[in-house]
Design a protein around this ligand. Structure first.
Ligand code: CA
Length: 234
């Protein structure tokens, strides 16, 4: 997603039609494609049908609270959310951010400020998404958030432990780790009777991501030192 090239879609969830109209006019003027829902239930339905790039969410709705909708969205999606509310206390602000809102505007607000905040939130989100996806020479890429691993453009199915090892090692490249360190730091388990399992995870990982598992470029072994990630970022 790139906010500079694509027309981004925004869902406004707000029961006051005057606020919807004002915000909608400004957002459309700024190039956004705007949908709206006057009830929480309508918002939930709209979200089932379409992936929006940004959600503007009023907290005080007649049926479902904005907080509840926010929690529901966050179970499955990291779409940016800007909350709108008349509640001006510090507590409700912190609560909004804690349950997953990206920004917060207190009513009455200026629609121009909302547009500026929307752009800032989307810019931040795009930068984070780019940081969460990393490509390496030789056709390996890792999406740390989804999570997913690709080799030459095709998704590779990894087990959770294989992903944990690859994710940890690729984020700490060039350093050697012993089996025990990998279990503790990457998998987060105790290593009693488990250290040989690391060898088998590494063997399977190499089969999946290396061009030649016998001469690996990503997961390199040095006798006496352990394993290190040898991938080079694109
Ligand atoms: Ca309201």
């Amino acid at each position: 997603m790139d906010y500079r090239e694509k027309r981004l879609s925004v869902l406004i969830v707000e029961d006051e039609i005057k606020v919807v109209e004002a915000v909608r006019a400004y957002l459309e003027n700024a190039g956004f494609e705007v949908s709206y829902a006057l009830l929480g239930s309508a918002a939930i339905n709209a979200l089932k049908e379409k992936n929006f790039d940004l959600i503007i969410l009023d907290l005080m709705l007649p049926d479902i609270s904005g907080e509840e909708i926010c929690r529901t969205i966050r179970k499955t999606s990291d779409t940016p959310i800007i909350m709108l509310t008349a509640k001006s206390s510090e507590d409700s602000k912190i609560n909004g951010l804690n349950i997953g809102a990206d920004d917060y505007l207190i009513k009455p607000f200026s629609p121009r400020e909302l547009v500026a905040r929307a752009k800032a939130v989307l810019r931040r989100f795009c930068q984070e998404t780019e940081r969460n996806m990393c490509g390496f020479k030789g056709g390996l890429s890792i999406d740390y958030i989804t999570p997913a691993v690709y080799k030459d453009g095709s998704e590779v199915a990894l087990t959770p432990n294989e992903f944990k090892i690859l994710s940890f090692m690729s984020r700490n490249p060039g350093r050697y780790y012993s089996r025990e360190q990998l279990i503790e730091k990457a998998i987060g388990a105790s290593f009693d009777g488990y250290d040989r399992a690391v060898d088998s995870h590494i063997k399977n990982l190499r089969q999946k991501i290396e061009d030649n598992p016998k001469s690996p470029r990503y997961i390199v072994t040095q006798y006496g030192f352990g394993y290190k990630f040898g991938g080079v970022k694109l």
